[in-house]
Design a protein around this ligand. Structure first.
Ligand code: GLN
Length: 448
């Protein structure tokens, strides 16, 4: 009830696309009677959870903050939802986002932006901006987001909470609306590392509905975390994550965090990684290519919105897509179609795949020398609403430090580390080797 009341008082902040008032109350009563019957409580017993508007939950609207899905309801539960329900979680609502998870500010939403909880004139980050604001405002204990190039980590950094993107394949994507399938992962936004570890343990693991989900064992994350000591831990500090252009305030706060780890016994190791700008260039070719194909299914016939005045089938397709998609989504579909077209495939798409491979090789090599890679989550603090909307390239650079982990498929986390001179949150970004989420959470906890 407390959570639902707080959600009501934050109504103007546009954080939720739907609130499950009645359903959450019914569920709470059910759980209560379960306890009265003497049944053992699940691992997430009574935990209030918010879900990003691109994850399916049976019978609930699924909108991806897009007009093209207006009126659409999910017909099945995503695997993550099923697993959380089995452990007695309570879902409180669905959260605002950038349309189809494309963006870094939550401004590309059909229902409008979300204010940053620390300064209402600024953005909360994106694309999981609603999920981050929900956890930061204590409107949910944990929120599910999706992270294709930074959409969980960057908003977590901007809202002073923890945001975790797992290893590619660690969490089933079944029920997550696809944006760029070889990058997309469901991730977690939480107030602290312990909550994130608890939920990760419940939702991680093989799922027969997602062929890319991994058989790798799911460890007891809380126990793994407890065993992580900073004594002798090798922290990789790449020059690529501390470029000249890095905001000085952000650099100062992040380096102070690094110093704390060093003083607690960690060893700092300078490492060489490819410039992150190349990751951004490759990323925007590969994800737009994948998006142009994934979003072909929204044609006005199968889901949600259909243009009302279309005399024939092909104009119905064209009009529904023209009216249904926002500007950024259209830009990406066009870019993706272009880079995949005959004659350009080798120049763009194939080149970008090669860049991806180089990043994978270099990051693997780096982990022969270090336990974790350290850097800032974002090159600048939360920016003003409207500031970057006319300049997509600048907006894309918001992800310069988060995209590399998505290119290589390794787990990464953003953890709050302090505030800049204006009192805006700054996050540290840690990357670990494949399937080392437990160790990563353990290191991150030392920073919190
Ligand atoms: N901001 C990045 C993009 O627009 C990342 C989005 C995401 O991770 N879903 O593609």
């Amino acid at each position: 009830t407390d959570y639902l009341q707080r959600i009501d008082t934050h109504r103007d902040d546009n954080i939720f696309t739907a609130v499950f008032h009645d359903e959450a109350m019914v569920r709470a009563r059910e759980l209560d009677s379960k306890l009265q019957r003497g049944e053992a409580p699940g691992k997430l017993f009574g935990m209030p959870i918010a879900i990003k508007d691109n994850i399916s939950m049976k019978g609930a609207p699924l909108g991806c903050a897009s007009k093209i899905l207006a009126g659409y309801e999910s017909v099945y539960d995503a695997t993550v939802i099923e697993r959380m329900l089995a452990e007695d979680a309570i879902f409180v609502g669905r959260t605002n986002m950038d349309e189809f998870a494309m963006g870094s500010s939550n401004e590309n939403s059909s229902i409008g932006p979300v204010p940053n909880p620390y300064d209402k004139t600024r953005v909360p980050g994106g694309s999981s901006g609603g999920s981050a604001a929900a956890v930061a405002g204590d409107l949910a204990m944990v929120a599910l987001g999706s992270d294709t190039g930074g959409s969980v980590r960057q908003p977590a950094g901007f809202c002073n909470i923890v945001g975790l993107k797992p290893t590619y394949g660690r969490i089933s994507r079944y029920g997550l609306v696809a944006f760029a399938s070889s990058f997309d992962q469901i991730g977690l936004l939480a107030a602290n590392c312990d909550d994130a570890a608890l939920v990760l343990g419940v939702i991680a693991g093989k799922d027969e509905h997602d062929a890319t989900s991994s058989h790798h064992d799911v460890p007891e994350y809380d126990a793994t975390m407890d065993h992580v000591s900073l004594e002798g831990l090798r922290i990789g500090v790449p020059r690529a994550f501390f470029p000249e252009s890095l905001n000085a305030d952000v650099a100062g706060v992040v380096k102070a965090g690094l110093k704390r780890l060093e003083e607690a016994g960690a060893e700092l190791v300078e490492i060489d990684l490819p410039e992150s700008d190349y990751a951004i260039a490759a990323y925007y070719i590969l994800v737009t290519a994948e998006a142009s194909s994934n979003l072909a299914r929204f044609d006005g016939a199968r889901y949600g919105y259909r243009s009302p005045d279309s005399p024939d089938l092909s104009s119905m397709y064209v009009n529904s897509r023209t009216e249904g998609f926002g500007a950024e989504v259209k830009r990406r579909i066009m870019l993706g179609t272009y880079v995949l077209s005959a004659g350009y495939y080798d120049t763009y798409y194939k080149k970008a795949q090669q860049v991806r491979r180089v990043f994978q090789d270099k990051y693997r090599e780096a982990f022969e020398k270090v336990d974790v890679i350290f850097g800032p989550t974002s090159p600048f603090p939360p920016f003003g609403i409207g500031d970057k909307m006319d300049n997509p390239l600048e907006m894309y650079l918001a992800d310069v430090f988060t995209v590399p982990a998505s290119i290589v498929g390794m787990p990464a986390i953003s953890v709050p580390v302090g505030f800049d001179s204006l009192g805006l949150p700054v996050g540290v970004h840690l990357i670990c080797n494949f399937f080392e989420e437990g160790k990563m959470l353990g290191i991150a906890r030392h920073l919190q």
